[in-house]
Design a protein around this ligand. Sequence first.
Ligand code: MN
Length: 171
Amino acid sequence: MGVHSAVGVGSTFWIELPQEDAELDSDAEAADADQGESVIEPSELNNHTVLYVEDNPINLRLVTQILGRIPRVHLLTAHTASLGIELALARNPDLILLDINLPGMDGYQVLDVLKADAGLKHTPVIAITANAMPRDVERGKAAGFFDYITKPLDVERFLQTVQHCLERGPV
Ligand code: MN
């Protein structure tokens, strides 16, 4: 069990589960991450901040565990759209991971707010969503998402995409 705190925005708690329990999430691909095929050199990543906006605690926990494998990545999490926007503005992350299906304000609306901010408009935003129909993917790319990743997560592809974003810097 751990705690992640961000000044002024409260804390996010998570519980580390054994692998066999994690697979109950229907994200069995998480087990593939243990095969060690994505070796990320620590020297290539230097204290990057990643913000993940997601209301589902299972997905929050899964992504927290996956990104915990990348050295020098500092993960901020927000479970609501408004908290996510607040954190993005306050912390200017290097990469934003954004759920589409958020209560009250969906990911497209959040993206519009982020892109309207001078300090964030070049920050890559990756959609992470269960909306996997081709028209959903097309809409996501057209809306300005850097990439559009569907659930359940393909851990290898997810890590590669995150690594690619962090290495290339702002769009
Ligand atoms: Mn959601």
